[in-house]
Design a protein around this ligand. Structure first.
Ligand code: CAA
Ligand code: NAD
Length: 285
């Protein structure tokens, strides 16, 4: 099957980036979220990135106009009816993802592929809900999507080889490097990264200042950013959900999320996307 039109469900941190890179590679994209205001914010982010690229001489105004014309938007998943693939990037919650995949299974063309950008959850459990499990696959992008090269490709128990081949090929066509991963909680990167972020949150709780933790990891371990700044970039809600899932799946208290993560999420301090997280971004907004 040739991919011509890509649906992206969820216009948050990841959905906006996924829509951007797909349009940059010449694909028609329909970006859907529950509220127009969220979609408007995503389009603003995408246009800002393209504006910067024009300023740097990396893109022409003409190219930007062409890419802008490739992205349409909507608030109804029925708009995905003519897509060859839908990439889901909504909240990291199994029950909500299962409901959405059941709906997508009914709306989308019989041959369409349904990919999930889940950070950690079981692909098989999501796939079964769609009633087309052979065409469901994990397609895990990294944040910020326009910059990070990796896409983890994760088949569920019933995913067909054809589905894996199509999303692997699509990942290459949108400028990414696909790496196969197995259906284990958090796959490869997050299985290693989230315990590190969580441990940094525990250290913070034990009284070590955030700036000190981040500076130490940047200077002493050559990280491009410290673990707490990274947690804010990812979203503290996303970090908490992944840690909770590890704890539940492995039954090992070493994965127990730091209380500070839970309390920040309770307060609505989710990181960069809400202006406050471990750090305060309100002055730079
Ligand atoms: N969107 C688009 N482009 C961005 C961007 C964004 N949010 N942030 C930075 N960039 C671009 C800049 O425009 C710049 O591009 P040019 O080279 O063309 O000028 C380039 O990236 C470098 O940016 P900066 O010089 O501003 O900043 P930097 O060198 O400090 O890089 C960073 C910023 C790429 C975010 C870097 O700090 C980094 O790599 N951080 C770690 C990110 C990471 O680990 N991501 C994975 C998170 S885990 C995950 O995603 C999985 C999950 O399921 C939770
Ligand atoms: P986000 O909170 O920034 O955005 C989620 C978006 O989904 C919101 O705009 C919300 O309105 C929308 N949404 C929620 N329910 C919906 C529904 N039923 N229909 C349509 N839209 C709905 O989240 P995010 O950080 O973009 O994460 C999205 C997914 O990508 C999650 O599964 C997350 O684990 C995964 N992920 C996140 C990162 C990251 O660094 N943030 C990296 C890789 C993967």
């Amino acid at each position: 099957m040739e991919i011509k039109k890509i649906g992206v469900l969820g216009a948050g941190t990841m959905g906006a980036g996924i829509a951007q890179v797909c349009a940059q590679s010449g694909y028609q994209v329909i970006l859907v979220d529950i509220e127009q205001a969220i979609i408007d914010k995503a389009l603003k982010t995408i246009n800002k990135a393209w504006g910067k690229a024009v300023e740097k001489g990396k893109l022409t105004e003409d190219a930007v106009q062409k890419m802008q014309s490739l992205i349409t938007t909507g608030t109804d998943p029925k708009d995905f009816a003519d897509c060859n693939i839908v990439i889901e990037a909504i909240v990291e919650n199994m029950e909500i993802k299962k409901k959405v995949f059941a709906q997508l299974g009914e709306i989308c063309r019989p041959e369409a592929i349904l990919a999930t950008n889940t950070s950690a959850l079981s692909i098989t459990e999501i796939a079964v809900a769609s009633k087309r499990a052979a065409q469901v696959v994990g397609m895990h992008f990294f944040n910020p999507v326009p910059v990070m090269k990796l896409v983890e490709i994760i088949p569920g128990v019933e995913t067909s080889q054809e589905t894996v081949d199509i999303v692997t090929d699509l990942s290459i066509k949108i400028g990414k490097e696909p790496v196969p991963a197995q259906e284990t909680p958090g796959f490869i990167v997050n299985r290693l990264l989230l315990p590190y972020i969580n441990e940094a949150a525990h250290l913070l709780q034990e009284g070590v200042p955030a700036e000190q933790i981040d500076k130490a990891m940047m200077l002493g371990a050559n990280m491009p950013m410290g673990p707490l700044a990274l947690a804010d970039l990812v979203g503290l809600d996303v970090c908490l959900n992944i840690c909770e899932y590890f704890w539940k799946e492995f039954g090992d208290s070493k994965y127990r999320p730091a209380l500070i993560l839970r309390n920040k999420v309770r307060a609505g301090h989710l990181g960069r996307k809400t202006g406050k997280g471990i750090y305060d971004y309100t002055k730079s907004l």
